[in-house]
Design a protein around this ligand. Structure first.
Ligand SMILES: NC(=O)c1ccc[n+]([C@@H]2O[C@H](COP(=O)([O-])OP(=O)(O)OC[C@H]3O[C@@H](n4cnc5c(N)ncnc54)[C@H](OP(=O)(O)O)[C@@H]3O)[C@@H](O)[C@H]2O)c1
Length: 252
């Protein structure tokens, strides 16, 4: 039985999609959950109302700006005075083709790498410094199947950002294990969220499902259940590991 009573978690992009399922999952086993949102405050506020304002806290953060990223960590930390588990979930999946203008191509690469990788690295850095003082902590980074399999030509920058996240997490696990820092990667294939919807609309659900032996896309809950288990601290010796969540569509 997992019990995170007394633990404080920070989930980025926690107002919708996979992030919201992770916030709900962690709260359901007793954690106090801070989470960030960027665009619309309403889903974030609704989630706080649903889970209870005394146990849940939402804060605005735009990870395109390094100073916003730093401020988000500081505000989340100030909420309860500590953070035990960081979940880097926020991310974008935006196309960039090799026929785009140079400017558009560069902007897309810089934006995706900033949000998906550099902001996550900034938060990992802050977390490790905090965990070193506190005697340990957990980092869970949400990457993607694309980190290993690659992605379509229009999403090479997305795949590269997720590959970077895997290397980042493995380095953290190796580099800071002695400080009792545990770091994991979750690598989902298709998960039913707004991020996947647009792609499914354009490419057709039948073809996508046909490539998944399990015959269905994952639900956000499938990712959240594993995040809750890792957040429990019961997988210490699995630190540095990647857990694939893709219905056997890409088996390594
Ligand atoms: N869905 C899939 O098939 C799939 C597959 C593999 C990996 N993943 C990964 O899983 C994670 C969650 O994806 P999802 O499917 O839940 O996507 P989603 O529904 O599109 O949610 C993306 C989240 O990221 C946040 N976000 C986007 N840009 C941001 C920015 N500039 N600053 C701060 N936050 C920002 C969003 O915040 P707002 O809502 O406030 O805008 C939202 O909470 C991502 O890292 C994604 O790459 C998803």
């Amino acid at each position: 039985m997992i019990d995170l009573t007394g633990k404080v978690v920070l989930v980025t992009g926690g107002a919708r999609g996979i992030g919201a399922a992770i916030v709900r999952g962690l709260a359901s086993v007793g954690a106090e959950a801070a989470f960030t949102f960027r665009s619309d405050p309403r889903p974030a506020e609704d989630l706080v109302s649903e889970l209870g304002g005394e146990r849940c806290f939402c804060l605005h953060a735009d990870f395109t700006a390094p100073e916003d990223t730093r401020a988000a960590w500081e505000r989340a930390l100030a909420w309860r005075g500590r953070i035990d588990v960081l979940v880097n979930n926020a991310g974008v999946f935006e196309p960039a083709t090799i026929d785009d203008s140079d400017d558009a191509w560069h902007q897309a690469w810089e934006r995706t790498l900033r949000i998906n990788l550099a902001a996550a690295a900034d938060l990992c850095r802050a977390a490790v410094r905090h965990y070193r003082e506190r005697g340990g902590g957990i980092i869970i980074n949400i990457a993607s199947r694309a980190a290993f399999r690659g992605d379509d030509p229009d999403y090479m920058h997305y795949a590269a950002s997720k590959g970077g996240m895997v290397a980042l997490t493995r380095s953290l696990a190796r580099g800071f294990a002695a400080d009792k820092v545990l770091a994991y990667v979750l690598a989902p294939g298709f998960v039913r969220t707004e991020m996947a919807e647009d792609y499914v609309r354009r490419h057709g659900e039948e073809g996508i499902l046909g490539e998944i032996p399990l015959g269905e896309m994952a639900a956000p809950q499938d990712v959240a259940d594993i995040a809750v288990f890792l957040a429990s601290g019961r997988a210490r010796h699995a630190t540095g590991t990647v857990i694939d969540i893709n219905g056997a569509s890409y088996v390594r």
